[in-house]
Design a protein around this ligand. Structure first.
Ligand code: NPQ
Ligand code: MG
Length: 368
């Protein structure tokens, strides 16, 4: 496959409600979409970087810049590009995994569309639907939190994740557990604590949480191992896992009993599958994280989440959790599940009207 062009399209998607985490409050999703054009097919990839480098070091303008200046020109200069060869072609550029993932995903989508194969079939999906979980932001009060959780449970979500931070942890978790009883419940700190908070985090042991996600900083793998010895709640890593090597280290050091796999964070769906395979071989459950993806990224995530090692419900929610209108036909809950797309590639197409409504800029990089 030769790549004839790469389109970078920025869209701004208003969120249905502000989403507050330990690193800030988001009211809109600023998304970079990548469209790869080849003689046989086109493919789409969604970059999961946020507008600001607060979840991880990458951010949207930086991702667009590194694709424009370095990644797209390198790939367009190559002959016989396949998704399987993208990572090695781009390896001379250090880091920028979210940018690389978007480009690799667009290439993979084009490749699979050209041969009529779905993402699910290609990745090794073994289910036609996946259980949906939802991530619930930090609220101003406990009654507001209970209302939000109540609404999601009424919609059918099968697992609730509460965002926590210092001074919004034990009290909201207790309130949700007492009000809703025996639901699947977990928490995500987005790196807001230090090892000095171990005693507070140990108080969460009373609430039978599935896991606590990324309590400590991204680089603190060893400290997560230390913390894991001080609390009973299983420690799950998100931000710390940027590659299959990082996953192997975390498992060997006993820093993670569970791993959140986000394809964008690890450089793409091929690396995501390698982490899945490693974890499965080591008895480590995985689940598919979410980065407030539009239908484009969501479609690929749902396919990944249908692999057999994804034994916990993920953050793959319905489109309506975040957006009043999606750029594809919306993902909807069916009995608390999302259906794995069956069409070629990611199996969904951006709706031209919706895309036009949300587009803030677009540029086309043509092969020379
Ligand atoms: C997480 N996601 O697991 C992330 C963090 C996150 C669903 O909790 C805009 C774009 C806002 C990406 C807020 C969920 C975001 C974002 C939070 C990602 O850590
Ligand atoms: Mg997380």
């Amino acid at each position: 496959m030769d790549i004839t062009g790469v389109e970078l399209r920025r869209i701004a998607m208003p969120l249905v409600a502000p989403f507050r985490t330990s690193f800030g409050t988001e009211t809109a999703r600023d998304v970079l979409l990548v469209r790869v054009v080849t003689p046989d097919a086109e493919g789409w990839g969604e970059c999961v970087a946020m507008s600001e480098p607060v979840y991880s070091s990458e951010y949207v303008d930086g991702a667009a810049e590194v694709i424009r200046r370095f990644l797209a020109p390198t790939l367009m200069a190559a002959r016989d590009v396949t998704a399987e060869r993208v990572a090695s072609r781009l390896a001379p550029v250090r880091g920028h995994r979210m940018a690389k993932a978007a480009l690799e995903t667009a290439v993979l989508d084009a490749q699979l569309r050209a041969r009529g194969e779905s993402f699910g079939a290609f990745l090794g999906a073994e289910r036609d639907r996946v259980p949906a979980g939802v991530s619930v932001g930090i609220m101003d009060s406990i009654p507001e939190l209970l209302d939000a959780v109540d609404g999601y449970l009424a919609e059918g979500y099968l697992r609730i994740k509460l965002k926590i931070e210092p001074d919004w942890d034990v009290v909201p978790v207790r309130a949700v557990r007492e009000r809703f009883g025996d639901i699947l419940l977990q928490v995500d700190a987005n790196a807001a604590y230090t090892l000095a908070d171990a005693a507070t985090l140990a108080r969460l042991d009373d609430f039978d949480l599935l896991l606590i996600e990324q309590p400590l900083a991204e680089d603190d793998i060893r400290q997560h191992a230390e913390l894991a010895r001080l609390i009973r709640t299983p420690v799950c890593l998100d931000e710390s896992i940027g590659s299959v090597e990082a996953a192997a280290d975390a498992i060997a050091l006993r820093a993670a009993r569970v791993i959140n796999i986000k394809p964008g964070r690890v450089g793409g769906y091929l690396e995501a599958r390698r982490i899945h395979d490693l974890c499965r071989a080591n008895g480590i459950p995985v689940w598919c994280g979410g980065m407030l993806e539009t239908g484009i990224g969501r479609a690929a995530n749902v396919a990944l989440a249908a692999l057999p090692g994804f034994t916990l419900p993920g953050d793959t929610s319905a489109s309506s959790r975040y957006f009043a209108r999606d750029v594809t036909s919306p993902f909807v809950l069916e009995d608390g599940h999302l259906r794995v797309p069956e069409g070629a590639g990611i199996g969904v197409d951006p709706l031209p009207d919706a895309l036009a409504e949300f587009t803030t800029s677009s540029e086309y990089l043509a092969a020379v």
